[in-house]
Design a protein around this ligand. Structure first.
Ligand code: AOF
Ligand code: ZN
Length: 338
């Protein structure tokens, strides 16, 4: 007998399809499964990135090319179908026009441009069901937080010694962490839209700020964003057009500029002054701290004065995770809002 999916299994499948899409880029990861009323799968689709068909459109196109009749069918989608014409047409209308009778979606679309799909379809006689699903949230966690905040999701990342130093007193900072930790940074960079550093870091280290993971031949390169007012002309970060100068010291203004450039996730890589400014402004969503079993005693502290004078005011992360990378550790924590 052919496999049929119930609602839970069909949404699980839509989320698994969504996860096949890229994590970087302005768009969410979305999957769609179309079944007949008995739950038999007629077609599937997922979104492959900005400018390509949305998941629903991909599944409908797939049904068409394989000669499947979707009249009266059910569409399971990991995100509420969009209701706008952006790079592609509205999926709400495409589903109605195709004769889809029932739409089950997992997460309401927080994008103000795209909202209204559920309402549009319901008004045209489609049976629309909102069925919340934890993994459907998780697969777009950073994107959803970014859209709801109206600014990029910020990961503050640095490498430090066990005693909290990011460089020695003579300024040297190379090789605090080992090969595995540095490789991990490159794996992280291919999954975000931008890397931000201050002019100080560019002037001292002249970093490439590229993603060079060992396992990927032609990795996606995040935008390089340089924050601050000093000139960094001639530095390696300016080697091609995929770089932008943020001529400000205000983290909020920098993020607003990145948002306009469709950056939804950014890694803030320092230095200490930049990390401090973002933390003081309450603009860090996640900490990624690589900790090496190294002691320096003196040197530059990872973060400077946060204006905190008493334990009760300390910034406290939550949902901590710990990963061993060679001799180093990666500590990840999330900073709650408010
Ligand atoms: C996607 N893929 O499968 C769905 C999306 O710029 P556009 O026209 O591609 O529209 C992007 C918005 O469309 C996005 O922010 C989200 O709100 C909505 N739904 N987007 O990229 C999809 N279903
Ligand atoms: Zn759409």
């Amino acid at each position: 007998m052919e496999e049929t999916l119930d609602q839970k299994a069909a949404l699980d499948r839509a989320v698994a399809l969504a996860a096949l899409g890229p994590e970087f880029g302005p768009n969410p990861r979305v999957g769609a499964v179309i079944t007949d009323p008995s739950g038999r799968v007629l077609a599937e689709g997922f979104h492959r990135g900005a400018g390509t068909p949305h998941a629903e459109a991909a599944a409908l196109a797939r049904a068409l090319t394989s000669g499947m009749n979707v009249d009266g069918a059910t569409a399971y989608v990991s995100l509420e179908p969009c209701n706008h014409t952006g790079r592609t047409g509205p999926c709400s209308q495409a589903l109605v026009d195709a004769g889809i009778a029932r739409v089950v979606y997992a997460v309401a679309d927080p994008d103000p441009r795209a909202v209204g799909g559920a309402q549009y379809m319901a008004a045209r006689g489609v049976d629309v069901v909102h069925a919340p699903h934890a993994q459907a949230e998780a697969v777009n966690r950073k994107w959803l937080i970014a859209m709801r905040q109206g600014r990029p999701y910020v990961i503050a990342k640095w490498a430090q010694t066990l005693d909290g130093k990011i460089s020695a007193s003579d300024g040297t900072s190379f090789w605090i962490t080992g090969r595995e930790a540095r490789e991990h940074v490159h794996q992280l960079r291919v999954r975000v839209d931008a890397i931000l550093v201050g002019t100080g870091t560019v002037l001292v280290d002249d970093p490439e700020l590229s993603a060079r993971p060992e396992s990927v031949l032609e990795p996606h390169q995040p935008l390089r964003a340089i924050m601050g007012t000093r000139s960094t002309a001639g530095a390696r970060v300016w080697r091609d057009e995929n770089a932008v100068a943020l001529g400000t010291h205000d983290p909020e203004a920098a993020l607003a500029t990145l948002w306009e450039r469709e950056v939804r996730t950014v890694i803030v890589e320092g230095g200490a002054a930049i990390h401090t400014a973002f933390l003081v402004a309450g603009l860090v969503d996640e900490l990624n701290v690589y900790v090496a079993p190294v002691l320096l005693g003196t040197g530059t502290q990872a973060v400077a004065d946060l204006g905190i004078r008493t334990m009760a005011d300390a910034l406290r992360g939550q949902d901590t995770s710990l990963q061993t990378l060679g001799v180093d550790c990666l500590v990840t924590a999330h900073l709650p809002k408010g």
